[in-house]
Design a protein around this ligand. Structure first.
Ligand code: PLP
Ligand code: SF4
Length: 411
């Protein structure tokens, strides 16, 4: 056999071996519901029509983000018209809504499959009794101790957060910032904002400012523009990032006026928060496309949650759907023990197993960094499966994605 045919034979054998590494995922994928599946779209259209009748709205209203915000569902009465709720569930929703705000946009509510009590979209948006469990902390990140001025959170040398609002389009049941949400929307306080701009101006090592909340896009375009304009007037601010879940919970928020406005303030990035492939609906994908067209790179920060995405194939599928929508998976957050969210918790070992599965089996661009937010405001800590398994004087022992060990010279 010639050298070439020998090489081809080995390559073909190896390709078969590689195929087997993805066979399981390919077998599972058709059973993971995606927001663009015809079945999912049909169910959404049915619920949407019901909601439009109940709320006396038109198609144009549905696509108007202000209408969506005004018509958020915040109690069990309307909810039980769409989902089958027991008496107990209705009572729970009423009392839990008092403990932790409950409001969901008609758009996001229409994504829930009413026939599925374990629907991940439902778990993310509708209160359930395990939220009454009082264990966990209110502020595990120690945000009170990292606030040098105004509405700033600073934990890093060159970047900081501006918490411009406590409002969100929807109040996620797993929210890690529940303490901030409060009972009513608090508008940006101009004095605190101006104090924050002053701080950034006086600390020119700050080159990256994250505008978030709550949800930065709960503000109007005018309010946002005031913030962006002021940040851009500070010469040391190089990059501005917006933190918002609206591409997921209120995709109509990404309207033409918003895109035209942000184009004036580049380089501007946006980080959002998709947790499940179901959330990548045609509407959400269109919102991401508009952002891309406006030159805004989009990153995704998923939270790892039991009953939603604690499954390596679901995470793999989510990241593929994100890449198709030109959204780069950026972080997977380990859920902290925040009061009222304990039932969503996933162990670090299970998180690592998901990361271990992704590496090698899919594009590096589709692999986010798994992060634990250190208690006490000590920052984000990336955690990785062990790829460096031993070190001795001259060599390191490395493990590849398939678990094969390799000796490699240190110097
Ligand atoms: C997460 C975070 C940032 C941004 O961190 P990156 O890792 O650069 O995305 C900045 N400031 C604070 C306080 C943060 O928590
Ligand atoms: S959008 Fe973000 S801050 Fe707002 S409720 Fe959801 S997770 Fe919390």
């Amino acid at each position: 056999m010639s050298k070439e045919t020998q090489g081809r034979k080995i390559s073909l054998q190896r390709a078969e071996e590689l195929k087997s590494h993805t066979a399981e995922y390919l077998a599972k994928r058709p059973h993971i519901v995606k927001g663009t599946d015809p079945d999912a779209i049909e169910k959404y259209e049915t619920q949407k029509a019901k909601l439009l009748t109940l709320l006396n709205g038109s198609e144009a209203d549905w696509n108007d983000w202000q209408w969506q915000m005004k018509h958020r569902i915040d109690g069990p009465e309307l909810l039980s018209e769409l989902l089958d709720l027991t008496e107990q569930e209705q009572t729970d929703i009423r009392s839990l809504g008092d403990m932790y705000r409950f409001a969901v946009t008609p758009y996001y509510l229409a994504l829930i499959d009413p026939a599925d009590r374990l629907d991940p979209i439902r778990a993310l948006s509708v209160p359930t009794s395990p939220e009454m469990d009082d264990t966990g902390e209110a502020d595990p990140m120690g945000e009170e101790f990292t606030n040098p001025a105004g509405i700033i959170t600073r934990r890093y040398p060159d970047r900081l957060i501006l918490n411009v609002t406590n409002a969100c389009a929807m109040f996620c049941r797993h929210c890690q910032r529940r303490r901030r949400i409060g009972d009513t929307d608090v508008d940006v306080n101009k004095e605190l904002l101006d104090e924050s701009f002053e701080y950034i101006r006086n600390n020119p090592e700050i080159r990256d400012v994250l505008v978030t909340g709550g949800d930065a896009l709960a503000l109007t375009n005018e309010q946002l523009e005031y913030i962006l304009q002021n940040l851009r007037s500070i010469p040391s601010v190089e990059v501005i990032r917006l933190g918002t879940r609206t591409p997921v919970t209120l995709p109509m928020r990404i309207d033409d006026a918003f895109c035209e406005m942000v184009e004036k303030y580049h380089p501007l990035y946006l980080n959002t928060h998709f947790n499940h492939p179901r959330e990548l609906t045609p509407e959400a994908v269109a919102a991401c496309a508009k952002l891309s067209k406006a030159g805004v790179p989009i990153g995704n920060q998923m939270v790892l949650l039991t009953g939603v995405n604690n499954d390596k194939y679901v995470v793999q599928c989510l990241n593929h759907e994100l890449m198709k929508a030109r959204v780069r998976p950026y972080y997977i957050f380990h859920a902290k023990a925040v009061k009222g969210t304990g039932h969503f918790g996933v162990s670090v070992d299970d998180g690592l197993e998901i990361m271990d599965h992704l590496r090698g089996r899919t594009s590096g661009m589709a692999i986010p960094t798994y992060i634990i937010n250190a208690p006490g405001g000590l920052g984000k800590i990336p955690i990785l499966p062990e790829y460096l398994v031993a070190k001795d004087e001259d060599t390191v022992t490395l493990k590849n994605w398939e678990g094969k060990l390799i000796e490699y010279p240190r110097g």
